[in-house]
Each structure stands twice: as structure tokens, then as C-alpha cells.
Design a protein. Structure first.
Lengths: 176, 182
């Protein structure tokens, strides 16, 4: 096992050493490029070739295109998205699970790269709209209940007494 | 003595509404202060993903071998106009910061186009340009587009990611004052 370079975890150095052996040499340039792989071994065995495209599309549909940020990697035609999709296909063909592939891109781009943010780390995104809708419904219900009860009647005006002598004599005759 | 008239204001609702409005203003203030298209780097403060790529002359450049030097990794391509904006500054930078190693990584382009672009440019290439087959290194660095430039310290740790064309002030900020004048 290679000695871990300074600052690089030993477990990552181990898999990097495997990546050095596993990465293909580009036939066009003859370049033996080293690139990072997911930090864990593939969770599954490599799928049959006829299933790779479908599995790739499934994962790509969950990733956000860094350029066309409202589109998934599956839908976007940008070169960045194509790059990412090619990488997804390689990882799928190697047997990495959907979760491992998502974690691979989250490690490099952040949770932002997921079209559906995880509930555990982004609760306000999921709970917020429900909470606000609930508060709105509660306010509507409370207002409707108040309308049903009717507005409180104003208190009767205080008795100011007869305005003049004529009204006083009429009141006296009524009281007889 | 008559009772004072009760205020018609529901302070509970008013307070809640004002609180919600202040919260909304705070969120908008924070959100509008950010570039919505900027993708933050997950590696700032962490070791940069290692790579070993070959330049246009066939020489292999291993990032691990550059420990002890500041490294500037610039992802670019010939079809990117902002890349052409920063090109003169970057190509003339190495003599000004001789202790730093500048590396260009070709992004979504072909070595032939890069070589042709460099040959036609009145400013000669000042540092190696590396071929990144399949864009794996760009993905490893979380590159969302070009140009993007990563500044690594002597221990290989990414200290800053710059999105967009570079300027002299950014180079001075992360590499220090230039050692010599052209």
C-alpha cells in the first residue's frame, strides 16, 4: 500500500492507488490520467451492458446541470452535463450504486448538485411550504369563524335624557 | 367617566406579520447578495484532488510532485470568451511569480485547437497546458464551467477558487506581490 501523501487520508490513498491501475490510457493521446474514484468500492457487481443506459439515465435525472441549473444532467445538452453523464455511465458500469454515485458528485459539487435536496440537511425546504400553507389555512379558518359569529354589536348609546320640555312632558304622559 | 376606546389593532397579528416581513427581507438581502450561478468549491481548505496529466509536448505533470510550490490550476478552453479575456494576464504571469507553478487544463476542447490557438496568439504560452481526457479532472475539481481557477498552497491545499476571468488583484492577493516587473 502506498504511503499516503501529506493531507490525504490513508483510505483515499489506497483507492487512488487502485485508480492508478484501473484508469484506462486514452488511445488518442496516450495519456495515463489519474482521477479520483468514489472513496468506497462498488456496492454492486457490474450490471449487464443492456441495463447500463437505463441505470445511467435514472441517476443522471437526479443530478443538476451546473450550467443549465434548472435542468437535470439527463435533460441538459451542455458539455458539462454530457461530461457528468459520461462519468455516471462509467461508475454505473463499474457497479457503483446510485447512492455512491450521488455521494461522489455531492463530494465535489456540494448538495446543490442534487435536484432534490436531502430532507435531513435541508428541512426548511421541505417543511417550510407545508408549514406556511398550514398557517395560511389556519388564518383563513379563524377569520371565517369570526365572520360566522358576526361582528360584536356596539353598546347602546347612553341615555342622554329629554332634549327639551316638550319631550319631557311626552315622556311623563307615557309613563302614566 | 367614559372608558377609553379600545384600539382596533390586533397586536398579535401585526407583530407576526412584521416578523414575517423582516424574515423575508433578511432572506432576500442574503440571497440577492450572492451570484446564483456561482458553484462553491467543496475543496477550499482541503487538499486538491491529485492528478497526473500530460501537456501538449508530451511531458507528464503530477500535482503531487509540485508540493512545496504554490500552484495555480486554470481550467479553460478556446471557445470560451472570458478565457480569452484573462489569457494575456495569465500567460505573462509566470515571470512575475516565479515561485508559483501555473498549469492550464484543457476543458471540453481538443489539443489540436488549443495548439492552434496558442500558435496564432501574439502572446506566447507562458506555462504548460494539460490534456484532461474525458474531463475527469474537471469533474474531480467540481468545475461547472470555464474559466475557473484554483489556487493551491505549498501543501497542495486549495485556498481559493476563482470563477470567471482572473484579474491582477486576485493574483496579488493569493500569490503575493509580483517579484519582478516585465
Amino acid at each position: 500500500m502506498a504511503r499516503a501523501p501529506e493531507g490525504v487520508p490513508l483510505i483515499l490513498a489506497f483507492w487512488l492507488s487502485l485508480a492508478e491501475a484501473a484508469d484506462p490510457v486514452d488511445p488518442a493521446t496516450g495519456v495515463e490520467a489519474k482521477a479520483d474514484l468514489p472513496s468506497e468500492p462498488p456496492a454492486n457487481s457490474p450490471p449487464p451492458p443492456e441495463q447500463v443506459d437505463a441505470l445511467t439515465s435514472r441517476v443522471a435525472a437526479e443530478l443538476r446541470c451546473p450550467v443549465c441549473q434548472a435542468l437535470s444532467v439527463e435533460d441538459s445538452r451542455s458539455s458539462s452535463a454530457q461530461n457528468m453523464k459520461d462519468r455516471v455511465r462509467e461508475l454505473v458500469a463499474a457497479g457503483y450504486s446510485d447512492e455512491q454515485i450521488r455521494a461522489y458528485f455531492v463530494e465535489r459539487y456540494g448538495e446543490w448538485v442534487l435536484l432534490s435536496p436531502p430532507v435531513a440537511t435541508n428541512p426548511i425546504v421541505w417543511i417550510g411550504p407545508v408549514l406556511i400553507a398550514g398557517l395560511g389555512l389556519a388564518a383563513i379558518g379563524w377569520t371565517a369563524m369570526r365572520w360566522r359569529k358576526g361582528a360584536p354589536k356596539p353598546p347602546p348609546p347612553p341615555d342622554a335624557g329629554p332634549k327639551d320640555d316638550y319631550e319631557a312632558r311626552i315622556l311623563a304622559e307615557i309613563e302614566k | 367617566m367614559t372608558e377609553p376606546e379600545k384600539s382596533g389593532v390586533n397586536w398579535f397579528i401585526l407583530g407576526g406579520g412584521l416578523g414575517g416581513l423582516l424574515l423575508l427581507c433578511a432572506v432576500l438581502w442574503f440571497a440577492f447578495g450572492r451570484d446564483p450561478r456561482a458553484v462553491p468549491s467543496m475543496f477550499v481548505g482541503k487538499p486538491g484532488p491529485v492528478f497526473a496529466l500530460t501537456d501538449l509536448d508530451g511531458k507528464t505533470w503530477d500535482l503531487n510532485a509540485l508540493r512545496g510550490h504554490k500552484v495555480v490550476v486554470n481550467f479553460w478552453s478556446t471557445w470560451c470568451l472570458p478565457c480569452r479575456q484573462e489569457y494575456p494576464l495569465l500567460q505573462q504571469a509566470p515571470p512575475l511569480w516565479p515561485d508559483a507553478q501555473f498549469l492550464g487544463v484543457i476543458y471540453q476542447d481538443t489539443p489540436e485547437k488549443i495548439a492552434g490557438h496558442l500558435a496564432r496568439s501574439p502572446i506566447p504560452a507562458g506555462y504548460p497546458n494539460l490534456v484532461d481526457p474525458k474531463g475527469h479532472v474537471a469533474l474531480d475539481y467540481g468545475v461547472a464551467g470555464v474559466p475557473e481557477t484554483f489556487f493551491l498552497d505549498e501543501q497542495g491545499k486549495i485556498v481559493y477558487k476563482h470563477v470567471g476571468p482572473l484579474d491582477r488583484a486576485t493574483l496579488v492577493q493569493w500569490l503575493g506581490p509580483p517579484k519582478a516587473s516585465p
